[in-house]
Write a protein that binds this ligand. Structure first.
Ligand code: ZN
Length: 139
């Protein structure tokens, strides 16, 4: 069995950003040379997510509005976590809802996606360098 590991780095300009990373992760699959296997993609930080959904117009803003409704960033004092001096209590909750990782099957050297599936990195406490892990195993 072969294995491949790579870190993708991000430094988003905004506190919250949603980035389609499908082509970057596909490049990892190509680089790995693995034709049949599994690809894990996970956020390495507890205030960011990796998820799969459509690249359809309006959807990212809908996610952001929905998450802000569930766990608004402000007022910062609303979160017990922020009594530590941090201001990212909302980001921890948003990450929990959107998840830590995705696993995608690789068949014939390509992602075996369902219709319209795309891989996204969701940042909830950005404006600093953060990482996503790509781990691929197979033959
Ligand atoms: Zn925190």
């Amino acid at each position: 069995m072969k294995s491949f590991r790579k870190e993708l780095w991000f430094n988003t300009p905004n506190r919250r950003d949603y980035i389609n990373i499908t082509s970057e992760v596909e490049a990892c699959v190509k680089e790995s040379g693995i034709k049949e296997g599994l690809c894990l993609v996970n956020a390495m930080h507890i205030t960011a997510s990796v998820y799969i959904n459509d690249a359809e117009s309006g959807l990212i803003q809908d996610y952001d509005d929905w998450l802000e409704g569930l766990a608004p960033h402000e007022p910062i004092s609303h979160y017990r976590h922020n009594r530590t001096g941090e201001d990212n209590g909302d980001a921890h909750l948003k990450r929990q809802v959107m998840g830590r990782e995705v696993v995608v099957a690789i068949t014939n050297g390509r992602f075996d996606f369902g219709p319209w599936e795309q891989i996204y990195y969701a940042e909830f406490d950005g404006r600093r360098r953060k990482r996503v892990l790509v781990k691929i195993i197979g033959e």
